[in-house]
Ligand binder design. Structure first.
Ligand code: 16G
Length: 165
């Protein structure tokens, strides 16, 4: 029931109806051939990922019950994956053995920007996180993306720290 998030969109767009010929659905193993990895290169470095590596990782994630909700938008006309984002649910001891939800790897193909598709992806995953019982949702983003996430209910808080290897 996406009705609670549907008022955030213009022109009748919503997670249920992302646009003409577009569908929002979970990642499938066949998305290797629909340009899923090529799409991710628009976000960051993907590296050399063979079909076997992709399938292994797909199965690893699937084996982690209720943890990885990798979601894509497919253009049914071209059979291409043109948007993607993941909800990752992290199990905790705190918050009465609660779950923390993270929005990760949000990307919309350059040809499809300005159609509210990022919003569709993040709103759907935020809704899903709440629905599966996450006590909070969080994400990391660049300064220029702050207003985008604010409109979806995210509040800037604390510091993001990292160390790279
Ligand atoms: C952004 C992404 C994060 C992704 C990272 C990749 C969102 C909300 N944030 O921070 O999920 O993993 O970029 O960049 O999509 P990296 O390759 O520098 O880690």
């Amino acid at each position: 029931d996406f009705s609670t998030v549907e008022n955030k969109f213009k022109h009748g767009i919503s997670p249920r109806n992302p646009g003409e010929n577009l569908i929002l659905r979970p990642l499938s193993s066949g998305d290797f051939d629909r340009g899923f990895l090529q799409l991710l290169t628009q976000l960051t470095s993907v590296g050399e990922v063979s079909r076997a590596m992709f399938e292994d990782q797909f199965n690893n994630m699937k084996a982690c019950k209720n943890t990885y909700y990798v979601t894509v938008i497919e253009d049914k006309e071209t059979n291409a994956v043109i948007g993607a984002a993941s909800l990752v649910c992290e199990e905790k001891f705190i918050h009465a053995t609660g779950k923390r939800g993270r929005v990760e790897d949000v990307v919309v193909s350059s040809d499809y920007r300005g159609k509210q598709l990022g919003k569709v992806l993040v709103a759907a995953l935020t809704f899903l996180g709440k629905h599966v019982g996450c006590y909070k949702m969080s994400l990391e983003c660049s300064d220029d993306m702050v207003p985008f996430y604010q409109q979806l209910g995210y509040i800037r808080e604390q510091n993001y720290m990292q160390q790279r290897f």
